[in-house]
Design a protein around this ligand. Structure first.
Ligand code: CDP
Length: 202
């Protein structure tokens, strides 16, 4: 039986962490849809046409270890504004969302475009300062040399571009539950999300 949890929200709000935790808890498959745009953006930086890059994505493209750098993040957000790129990635995401056994997808347009029929929709947010702090710790922990200011600027630029674009802009679905994780630990945010999903399961 299909059961979809759609998680959307601005950059570095904790969507991926919550998504992975929900998938593990409920035994669902998880798709970080940002990786599709990051891998497409990275291939564009390598010289490929972005639409061609999206059409010919391979599983190994999603495993490159530099997909989270600010350069690739910016490229992801630029290719994500191209309607043909989004179209190329649509069917894969829709099929994943409705696969048997349950699915968690996180991104920007999951509850609005990819799976408006999702059984649970979460819109995860956190303050700008907290998001920058968390992403900076994550990146430096992986050995990337970036300053807190650079990370904050990357998040600001992407949120502005992602919210302003004409196709599938970042915005909460009307029936999304908002989860502000600014003052929550990962454990608290995850517990809260599990409670919301459990309530929806009836
Ligand atoms: O992890 P973070 O929240 O920083 O970003 P991400 O989810 O990996 O997404 C990277 C970029 O891909 C975003 O800034 C968006 O421009 C784009 N994206 C999108 O347009 N739609 C999605 N469903 C997922 C990501």
């Amino acid at each position: 039986m299909a059961f979809t949890i759609a998680i959307d929200g601005p950059a570095a709000a904790g969507k991926g962490t919550i998504g992975r935790a929900l998938a593990a808890h409920f035994g669902f498959a998880h798709l970080d849809t940002g990786l599709l745009y990051r891998a497409t953006g990275r291939r564009m930086l390598g010289g490929l046409d972005p639409i061609e890059a999206a059409h010919s994505l391979r599983p190994e493209d999603l495993e490159a270890d530099d997909l989270r750098t600010p350069d690739v993040s910016q490229a992801a957000s630029r290719v994500a504004a191209i309607p043909e790129v989004r179209q190329a990635l649509l069917d894969f995401q829709r099929a994943f969302a409705r696969r048997a056994g349950g699915a968690v997808l996180d991104g920007r347009d999951i509850g609005t475009v990819i799976c408006p029929e999702a059984e649970v929709k979460l819109f995860v947010t956190a303050s700008d300062a907290e998001r920058a702090r968390r992403r900076h710790i994550e990146l430096t922990g992986k050995g990337h040399e970036v300053t807190l200011d650079e990370v904050a600027q990357d998040l600001r630029d992407r949120d502005a571009r992602d919210s302003a674009r004409a196709t599938a802009p970042l915005k909460p679905a009307e029936d999304a539950v908002q989860l502000d994780t600014s003052s929550m630990t990962i454990e608290e945010a995850t517990e809260r999300a599990i409670a919301i999903v459990t309530a929806a399961q009836g």
